[in-house]
Design a binder for this molecule. Structure first.
Ligand code: HEM
Length: 216
C-alpha cells in the first residue's frame, strides 16, 4: 500500500481477487447463466435475510459510534425489501420456512463477534452493499429475465432512495477515504473485507453442495 493511494482504491485492488472467487463460485455462475432454479434463488434470498439482519442490527446498535454514524445510510437498509421478497416468494408464513445454513450461521457469528469495532462492521457493509449496488444490478436483471419478476421478488436489488448508484458509490468511497484510519487500521479493514468475501464464497459453496446432496 503506498501512502499516496486512496484507501478506497487500495481496498478494491487488494480484495478484487477475492471478489472474483465469490462472483465465479459455481452457485452464482449457475444462477447468472440461467442454470439455476427459482428454488436456488429463493434460498439465496433467505440466506441474505439472516446476513442483512445481523449487519443492520449491529449498525443500529452502534449508531452513536462516530465512525458508524458516517456510514449510517438509511437508504441502504435492506430488511424491509427482503421481507417483501420473501413474502412474495414463500407466502405469509415465510419466516417459518427459512433456516440459516451453517455457513450463514458462521457469517452472522462473525459479524456479532466484531463487537464495537466500527471498521470491521463497515468492512462487512462495504462488501455486501457496494456489491448490491454494482454486480447486484446485473443479478437483478438476470433474475427478472429468467424468473419473470418485475418488482416483487427482486426488491432487494432496488434501492428506492438511491437514484444513481454510481454517484452513491463515489460518496461512499469518499467516506472511506476521509474517515482518517491510519495504515494499521486500513490493513485491518482490508483483512476483514477479505473475511467477508470468504464467508460469501463459503456460503455459495455450501448452497451448491446442498443442491447436489438433494439430487442424490
Ligand atoms: C454474479 C455475481 C457478481 C457479479 C457479476 C459482480 C459484478 C461486479 C461489478 C461489475 C462490479 C463493478 C466493478 C467496478 O466498479 O469497477 C462489482 C463491484 C463490487 N462487487 Fe461484485 N459482482 C458479483 C458478486 C459479488 C458478491 C457476491 C459480492 C460480495 C460478497 C460482491 C461485492 C462487490 C463489491 C464490494 C464491489 C465494489 C468494489 C469497489 O468498487 O470497491 N460482488 N461487482
Amino acid at each position: 500500500m503506498t501512502e499516496t493511494a486512496l484507501f478506497s482504491e487500495t481496498l478494491k485492488e487488494r480484495t478484487w481477487s477475492a471478489h472474483g472467487d465469490s462472483e465465479h463460485s459455481g452457485f452464482m455462475e449457475d444462477l447468472m447463466r440461467g442454470n439455476g432454479t427459482r428454488e436456488d434463488y429463493i434460498e439465496l434470498v433467505a440466506q441474505h435475510y439472516f446476513i442483512y439482519e445481523a449487519i443492520e442490527e449491529r449498525m443500529d446498535e452502534l449508531k452513536d459510534n462516530p465512525e458508524i454514524a458516517k456510514f449510517n445510510f438509511p437508504e441502504l437498509i435492506r430488511i424491509p425489501s427482503l421481507v417483501a421478497d420473501l413474502e412474495h416468494l414463500l407466502g405469509e408464513d415465510w419466516r417459518n420456512l427459512i433456516t440459516p445454513l451453517p455457513a450463514t450461521v458462521r457469517y452472522v457469528e462473525r459479524i456479532k463477534s466484531l463487537d464495537d469495532w466500527a471498521g470491521g462492521l463497515i468492512a462487512h457493509q462495504y462488501c455486501r452493499y457496494l456489491g448490491d449496488l454494482s454486480g447486484g444490478q446485473i443479478i437483478k436483471g438476470r433474475m427478472q429475465r429468467f424468473f419473470g419478476f418485475e418488482k416483487a421478488g427482486v426488491e432487494f436489488y432496488m434501492f428506492e432512495g438511491i437514484e444513481n448508484p454510481r454517484e452513491f458509490k463515489v460518496t461512499y468511497r469518499d467516506n472511506l477515504d476521509n474517515i482518517g484510519w491510519d495504515l494499521e487500521e486500513q490493513n485491518r479493514v482490508v483483512d476483514e473485507v477479505l473475511v467477508a468475501y470468504q464467508l460469501n464464497t463459503d456460503l455459495f459453496q455450501e448452497m451448491s453442495a446442498a443442491k447436489l446432496a438433494a439430487l442424490s
